[in-house]
Structures are given as C-alpha cells and as structure tokens.
Design a protein around this ligand. Sequence first.
Ligand SMILES: [Zn+2]
Length: 153
Amino acid sequence: MIFFSSVTEYDNICEGLSKEFASNSVEFFGYITEDNRLIVSNKGTFSKVESKALQFFNGKWYARVSVSKTYQGQINNRFGSFVPVKATIHSHNPQCEMPVTGLDEMSEEDLLFAKKYNSIKHYIYGCGGIAEFNSEGFVKVEVSKFTICHKWM
Ligand SMILES: [Zn+2]
C-alpha cells in the first residue's frame, strides 16, 4: 500500500506560497494546477525536499494527490485522485540567512527532475524571489514575487 501524506490547498497561488514560506522552517514542494491554484504536497527538511512523480496521459501532466477540493479536469479512479498541473514549485532555504537568496544554486536532483519532466514548468521559491528552471539551469529569475505570481503563472 502506498501512503499519501495530507496536502494543503490554496485557491490563491501567491497567498499560498507566501503563507507556506513564512510558516515553515522546512522546504516544501507543490504543484500549480491547470486551473491556477496551488497544492502543496509535501514538506522536507531545512535544506531538502523530495520532488514527487507526475503522470502523463491524455496529453496532460497529472499529480496524484489526496485533495479535498475539486479541480478542473480532475480524474478520480481506483488508483486515486489525479489533478492536471502545469508546473511544479518548491522552496529553497526558508530561513533566509543572508546572503543566501535560495536562487543562486540548485541541486542535481532539481536538474534531473526537470529533465525527466521537461514539458512542464518548474519554479523555485526562495528568499530573493522566484526562479524558473529547466534541466540546464535557471531560465529566469524574478526578484519581485508579486510579479511572478501575477504574470508568470
Ligand atoms: Zn531545489
């Protein structure tokens, strides 16, 4: 039997991200859904969080999560609930020790994860802003979290 940890769901992406970041001393991993909401699916340690697998079918990427809300395009079957997602996002360095922004480096795991799931977007939420990355490295870094929340996603 596979265990699914409980998730936190936010209708407003920006509010959810800042709330998660402010209230945790550990990194989090989550998804931006196709209908523009945020699902935080797991928490890690101060400097590490596990990225979760995605499934691709019917031309879309799905996250298998136990959600209590209903999402556009969600599929429920005997294997669980599958929510269509357009991006993953995880945090870096929640304690914001200067001069670390969380956006100056990423792990080998991050790069491999982006390589494996290369047809959706991946974001890192750090003290200094939000960055989009792919298997090669950072694509763009935005220091205004407001801008990215409202323009990129
Ligand atoms: Zn990372």
